[in-house]
Design a protein. Structure first.
Length: 119
RNA sequence: AAAGUCGGCCGGGCAGCCGCUGUGUUAUCGCAAGAUAGCAGGGAGGAAAGUCCGGGCUCCACUGGGCAGGGUGCCAGGUAACGCCUGGGAGGCGCGAGCCUACGGAAAGUGCCACAGAAAAGAUACCGCCUUCUCCCUUGGGAUUAGGUAAGGGUGAAAUGGUGCGGUAAGAGCGCACCGCGCAACUGGCAACAGGGGCGGCACGGUAAACCCCGCCCGGAGCAAGAUCAAAUAGAGGAACAGACGCGUGGCCCGCGCGGUUCCUGGGUAGAUUGCUUGAGCGUUAGGGUGACUUAACGCCUAGAUGAAUGGCUGCUCUCGACAGAACCCGGCUUAUAGGCCGACUUUUUCU
């Protein structure tokens, strides 16, 4: 366990509107009752993560922040599962009623599924 | 001790590991801008919320005033300002500490006042009461004519002052006393208002969160404001150079039209930077003020993100943790909130 493997610097994030657009245009999808993930293969040599938590789904800012943290944390701690993809995570309503452990498990499955399907 | 009133404060704690984001500093790389790494130190709230008021700041508009529209509304003070706060007055609630109030004007005008009731606004008075005319009838009483009344009854949220005494045919502010109301002075108070006395003798029902009238206040938009830099693409104007070039027109030349290169100006999209945190700031002490607040000295720097940081895991511990996440910044208001702490005061009970 070295620190370098679990960092989350800015270059691993999707930032620009154009980058999000590219993912939404022609993605590989993976979804369950908590999340919908969209992914596209990139040429950067590392994965990149973007979050899209709709205000409509989660009204309170506290809830939105909490979900973003959970997703980022999972992304950061499991780089070995994730191939070089641009991924956008969309949250669903059921996230609010879920246990933290269930969310983590769900996210791990998504990382592996997307990595094996986008080749 | 119990019940209660008011004001203030806190919003799990500690340790380790892994992350995120500013700041300072050191090292390495780089012409530089900067990048990477190490170390140190900072990193959500009392409401950050609702966006309901008030201001700062920015851009636009602007001579001043009026109309319209909106806001506000006992008085005085505080403040940058306010619809906020403080103190005072008035009315209401509570045994009390205390709490509540959209609290200007109904004699400028208009409207409305359901149901019930005779009548809902300057009374053609329903049941009545009293006097009187005529008739019936055994005194008593009944029917009826003309008039005087508003005490009693009944309706209503509200009925044209209230209670008592006098007075009267019966009654009535008709007269008197007290209360209430109105008027002009006086006294106290900056004022709202209060006080006691005088005069009037009932005239003036309620409703202005109904229109309205009166006093005071208000230009509009908002940090996605605004400022700077500025690709690609589109492409405006000017100047200089070349005018020996190409294309079109034409049989050819001249000419005319479209093209060239360089520079300057302009435009400002994607994007980037900035605005962005030192401020009507906080703390302590001293002075002024009943208080809100204010003055002075000294000390402190306390989030600044931009797909948007302030978190995750583990261990220990307690009373097992609510409402909830900064987005330009302040002052308020309102709403949400587990649990806990402190102070002042009130009422009741017990003990000494």
């Amino acid at each position: 366990m070295t620190g370098a493997n679990h960092a989350f610097p800015p270059n691993l994030r999707l930032k620009k509107a154009a980058e999000f657009k590219a993912v939404f245009a022609n993605p590989v999808k993976s979804s369950d009752r908590y999340f919908t993930l969209l992914a596209v293969r990139n040429a950067h040599g590392h994965p990149r993560l973007g979050l899209a938590i709709a205000k409509k789904v989660m009204k309170r800012a506290v809830d939105r922040n909490a979900i973003k943290r959970t997703v980022r944390e999972s992304f950061r701690l499991h780089p070995e599962m994730i191939a070089d993809l641009d991924i956008v995570v969309l949250a669903k309503k059921d996230v609010l009623s879920a246990e933290p452990a269930q969310l983590k498990e769900s996210l791990c499955k998504h990382w592996q599924r997307l990595s094996s399907r986008c080749v």
